[in-house]
Design a protein around this ligand. Structure first.
Ligand code: UDP
Ligand code: MG
Length: 311
């Protein structure tokens, strides 16, 4: 279990104004380590000068390397690209905007030394986290834990330490739609947790727009569980039973010679049933599109440049 190298993997999308400061803080932590440090910065197709900043740092520091993906592949894939390049005995993944404070790293390592293979983190919200983000994040975790067989710890972040063994296990999962938190929980091993206070973003703005958050939530649920598909069974049963009861009522009226006004009841039935059918079709569609995506078996990402290329 002796450690000789720590790899820090950081996905960066439009983080030109954060990288230098992040690296400065990382180096401070690295200086106190008794083993060597490797920093892998993954530029996820940024539109700003992120890669130029990465290059600058890697030229001046030989323990830093950078990869530039051929386009924006998204946070989860950028993370994977960095992990696949890492060579350390232990690996830490963290964000490039200083929301995951490097000074928590020694605590993660300490926890690892207590005998955990994976050390996850739990965010203690500060005032800067918006009310909306807190509420939506809570709703998301309640939903995913109700629907999925793999438990996902609420308020987790993609800030964690993993042993070489667990990173290799994680990399061996070649799924396209990746929900890192769920997959890490799925691989098992001995997992511990460390709480940390999140910083506000150092500079720039979050690229997780509402649209991306909804996409991540749908991804998280549909890649970890097939329970939504069962909704049609329950809805179908419910409507069948209601239908039979209603039919009895109508037939009774018919044979007793009562005239039932049809317009309202027919319209309500058509609209409700139509809506439910569309909803269920869209759930099935979600899963079909996932099958489609996985069967194409395209590479998960493409690398355009590498800081080690120039030498
Ligand atoms: N990120 C990325 N690709 C993307 C979006 C984000 O690599 O398409 C990186 C980003 O640079 C940061 C991390 O993923 O290091 C988390 O993103 P962000 O800070 O925007 O999300 P939030 O902290 O608001 O959840
Ligand atoms: Mg952030």
């Amino acid at each position: 279990m002796s450690i000789s190298k720590l790899s820090v993997v950081i996905p960066c999308y439009n983080e030109e104004s954060n990288i230098q400061e992040l690296f400065r803080e990382l180096r401070e932590v690295g200086d106190q380590l008794i083993f060597s440090l490797e920093v892998i910065l993954v530029d996820d197709g940024s539109k700003d000068r992120t890669y130029e900043e990465i290059e600058k740092i890697s030229i001046a520091n030989n323990f830093v390397s950078g990869i530039s993906l051929s386009r924006n592949f998204g946070h989860q894939i950028a993370l994977l690209a960095g992990l696949e390049k890492s060579t350390g005995d232990i690996i830490i993944m963290m964000d490039g905007d200083l929301q995951h404070p490097p000074k928590v790293i020694p605590e993660l390592i300490q926890k690892y030394e207590e005998g955990y293979d994976i050390v996850n983190t739990k965010r203690i919200d500060d005032e800067s986290t918006s009310f909306f983000k807190k509420k939506t994040s809570k709703l998301f975790y309640t939903l995913i834990n109700k629907l999925s067989d793999t438990k996902v710890e609420p308020f987790g972040a993609d800030f964690r330490l993993m042993s070489r063994e667990t990173v290799d296990a994680f990399i061996s999962i070649q799924e396209h739609d990746r929900f890192t938190r769920g997959l890490v929980s799925w691989i098992g091993f001995n997992q511990g947790i460390v709480a940390y206070k999140a910083n506000p973003r150092f500079s720039g703005k979050s690229s997780y727009t509402l649209k991306k958050m909804i996409k991540l939530a749908i991804n998280g649920i549909t890649t970890m569980s097939s329970k939504p598909l069962r909704i049609s069974l329950y809805l179908g049963l419910m409507f069948f039973v209601t239908g039979v009861l209603y039919a009895t009522f109508i037939l009774y009226n018919y044979f007793s010679g009562l005239n039932v006004a049809g317009w309202t009841s027919i319209l309500i039935t058509i609209l409700i049933l139509g809506g439910i059918q569309l909803l269920i079709m869209s759930i099935i569609g979600e899963y079909v599109s996932r099958i489609f995506n996985e069967t194409k078996a395209r590479p998960l990402y493409l690398i355009k440049k590498n800081t080690n290329d120039e030498s």
